[in-house]
Design a binder for this molecule. Structure first.
Ligand SMILES: [Zn+2]
Length: 442
């Protein structure tokens, strides 16, 4: 008896491995299912401590002093919001253990009183096993091998290591000497005067959401593309002049859903931009765009597009393939469609033109290791005729007007006159194609 000795443990050296557990916790009342409510399945980062404390519910004087100094083991669940923790009695108080998924770091401890299920997840599985066996012993009233601790409130730094979200909105809060917590999934550093992307951010491999809005960033490192889970990237209000081809061809192709490039100095996006196939939200407002990527129609997942207050004279013909929920092109310099087509057709076709058309039509692979780089660029930017064939520099160019309601459910007016129409440029590879589609031209 009395093996549970009270120990005063100095702050800072009180971590006894298996007697504490870091994981996510959700405490679910068993009354909830009866009310038709269900477990939300959303745990909170917590530190669990197995501690000794005099039972609160024993006003009886200790008999004969025999049990004097005897403390029961109990469980403390501390979270960032509740560092003092919630206390749960363990002795003969556990109804059931659910440990089927213990190897995945998940387990549930069902208590008798209060009638709750303590659902643990995202734990290290071996730590979890050790912790659960200590809990089991505490339930039986057995002594636990390792000395138990007197509960001390958990320090904030204990949680920092597992922090998933960090929002910094002023320069003075920006961490200079300390690293960002490795576990971050959402990082915002706005109004911090950053001139470039902090290299430490690029090692945060769990990052899903990165908000660098309202800084002075001029260039993006290609290594942002190594953040394989990055879904949202906000660069609103920076000094960007471009969005690189390397980024368009990075793993962002598979992950990036939302991109905010508004309030920058971008004049054009590369043609490869349309390879960011997962994009659903794209904001390009308040830039200096003189054109949109002409393969825009390939962004088939795009639902929200805004490019207000740019310098767009017209839209690419592929724009018609989009299927948007929201479109804002207000304040551009849309030109009146030209009545006469621009004819750049040359017959017979030049050798370059006909070979380029053949390469593209037959989808023959090309690259700068085979042909000069400028030819690759020409091929990358080839126009698509309404017939689906390609043309390089021999074509007829016609302008039509498109009502933007044909591609978007909600359309912001393009000008103060209440218009929802915008000019679209179309290309024709031959006179035949032009004549056949003449009725769609004005
Ligand atoms: Zn054609």
């Amino acid at each position: 008896m009395g093996k549970f000795q009270r120990r005063e443990v100095a702050a800072g050296c009180w971590s006894y491995g298996e007697m504490k557990l870091h994981c996510e916790v959700e405490v679910v009342s068993r009354h909830l299912p009866a009310l038709g409510l269900r477990n939300r399945g959303k745990g909170v980062r917590a530190v669990l401590s197995l501690c000794q404390q005099a039972p609160r519910t024993q006003p009886r004087p200790r008999a004969g002093g025999e049990r004097g100094g005897r403390h029961h083991a109990c469980l403390f669940i501390s979270t960032l919001k509740d560092k003092l923790g919630t206390r749960y009695e363990l002795k003969e108080n556990i109804e059931q253990f659910f440990t089927k998924f213990v190897d995945e770091g998940k387990a549930t401890v069902r208590l008798k009183e209060p009638p709750v299920d303590i659902c643990l997840s995202k734990a290290n599985s071996s730590s979890l096993k050790g912790f659960l066996s200590a809990v089991r012993l505490a339930h039986r009233g057995c002594d636990v091998e390792a000395p138990l601790l007197t509960f001390t409130p958990v320090k904030t730094s204990e949680f920092e290591k597992f922090k998933t979200k960090m929002v910094i909105t002023s320069k003075k809060d920006y961490p200079l000497s300390k690293n960002f917590p490795y576990s971050l999934e959402h990082l915002q550093t706005s109004y911090c005067g950053l001139a470039r992307v902090d290299i430490r951010m690029l090692s945060l491999k769990n990052l899903r959401k990165l908000d660098l809005s309202h800084n002075h960033i001029k260039k993006l490192p290609a290594t942002i593309g190594d953040l394989i889970h990055l879904q949202e990237l906000n660069l609103n209000d920076n000094h960007l002049e471009s969005f690189s081809v390397a980024l368009c061809q990075s793993t962002l192709q598979k992950s990036l859903r939302s991109l905010d490039l508004s309030k920058n100095k971008i004049k054009a996006l590369p043609v490869q931009f349309c390879q960011l196939q997962e994009l659903t939200d794209l904001k390009l407002d308040d830039n200096e765009l003189i054109r949109l990527p002409f393969k825009m129609g390939q962004l088939t997942n795009l639902r929200f597009l805004s490019a207000a207050r740019n310098k767009l004279p017209f839209l690419p013909s592929e724009f018609k393939n989009l299927s948007l929920e929201y479109l804002d092109l207000f304040g551009n310099i849309f030109e009146q469609p030209e009545v006469l087509p621009v004819i750049k057709l040359q017959m017979p076709l030049t050798l370059l033109e006909s070979s380029a058309r053949t390469v593209l039509y037959n989808r023959i692979p090309y690259g700068s290791h085979i042909i000069p780089f400028h030819l690759c660029q020409d091929l990358d930017t080839a126009k698509t005729c309404v017939c689906g064939r390609f043309c390089l520099s021999c074509f007829i160019q016609g302008t039509t007007t498109m009502n933007l309601h044909s591609v978007a459910h909600t359309v912001v007016l393009v000008d103060n006159m209440g218009g929802t129409e915008a000019p679209v440029v179309s290309y024709f590879c031959s006179l035949t194609c032009y004549v056949n589609s003449c009725d769609m031209l004005m």
